[in-house]
Design a protein around this ligand. Structure first.
Ligand code: AMP
Length: 310
């Protein structure tokens, strides 16, 4: 029996089940991907005759047994239900493995962009962005941060978009505590995380979502750095360097060595981004606001003129 803790408030008990229970019920098909802590396969649920995604996690990967990322994902997803968040259908726990059974989606946004190199329509980008923001607004209103927003964690089934991979997600308390800064894949990390500022909030997901939306327009990651400092410089190259004078309350913006002035140099990227129209571009800039306290929230973003139909 595994006991899951979330914020020391809640415990979820997983009874030990037999490995053959899983093998008898689910017939494995193709491999879909490799997650942080295990392989994900497409499978047929023989009972319901539907496809599912089966995530198999080795229970002895870490000294303490099941990886904490898997436990986090279960604890968070068991509690929430939203049309734009992938559904966790079942969990099986044997001595050697933990199996997470998810609803199946056709692809993820990373694969989709690779397989569709032509420009996506503004309507598609608008529709997908709205759904992703809806999922984020829901999570943030339940005080949950995703902390790993990136295209491969956005699943697509037709024109329905679902956020997935909650292995780094966590609940936030009030008052805001100091959290680990080792979250969010580099290219989707906001400056406050790159600067190792360990008091952060929902703004980190908004920045990542901005980077995902930009990638739908550009067909490549907007800020593609290869180290912390290079990542910051890639950001400054497109958005301009934040001036300490504009951010007096942000002490992590006062390191002069890091913040040598970069003008908005990358005209090519900014011109491409503007192909989504004035409203879309302006929303992106609100998502890329340097000051996390002033960054637009998911709920506000959903009311942005970009989403108001003409
Ligand atoms: P994850 O460990 O959740 O990041 O999953 C790794 C990869 O497996 C993802 O990037 C997707 O390509 C694929 N995947 C995960 N969950 C699903 C699902 N429910 N439906 C289809 N593909 C999935």
């Amino acid at each position: 029996m595994i006991e899951l803790h979330r914020n020391d408030r809640k415990k979820v008990f997983l009874p030990l089940s037999n490995e053959s229970l899983v093998n008898n019920r689910y017939r494995k098909d193709t491999k879909l991907g490799e997650g942080t802590y295990g392989e994900v396969c497409k499978a047929v649920d023989i009972l319901s005759n539907t496809f599912v995604a089966l995530k198999k996690v080795k229970a002895d990967q870490e000294e303490e047994g099941v990886p904490s990322t898997a436990l986090r994902e279960i604890a968070i997803l068991r509690d929430i239900s939203h049309p734009n968040i992938v559904k966790l259908l079942d969990v099986y726990n044997s001595e050697k493995h933990l199996y997470l059974i998810f609803e199946y989606c056709n692809t993820d946004l990373h694969k989709f962009l690779k397989n569709n190199p032509q420009d996506l329509s503004i309507n598609f980008i608008r529709h997908a962005s709205y759904q992703m923001l809806d999922a984020l607004a829901f999570m943030h209103s339940h005080r949950i941060l995703h902390r790993d927003i990136k295209p491969s964690n956005v699943l697509l089934s037709g024109d329905v978009v679902k956020l997935a991979d909650f292995g780094l997600a966590r609940s936030i308390g009030i008052p805001i505590k100091r959290y680990t800064v080792e979250v969010v894949t580099m290219w989707y990390r906001p400056p406050e995380l790159i600067q190792k500022y360990n008091i952060y909030g929902s703004g980190i997901d908004i920045w990542g979502m901005g980077a995902v939306i930009a990638e739908m327009i550009l067909h490549e990651p907007i800020f593609r750095g290869d180290s912390d400092i290079d990542q910051l410089h890639k950001i400054f190259d497109i958005l301009g360097t934040p001036k300490p004078i504009d951010y007096p309350d942000l002490d992590y913006f006062t390191d002069k060595k890091v913040f040598d002035y970069f003008p908005k140099n990358n005209v090519e990227f900014r011109t491409k981004l503007k192909s989504i129209g004035e409203d879309g571009y302006s929303l992106l800039m609100k998502m890329f606001e340097y000051n996390p306290g002033k960054r637009i929230s998911a709920r506000e973003a959903m009311k942005d003129p970009f989403f108001i139909k003409n």
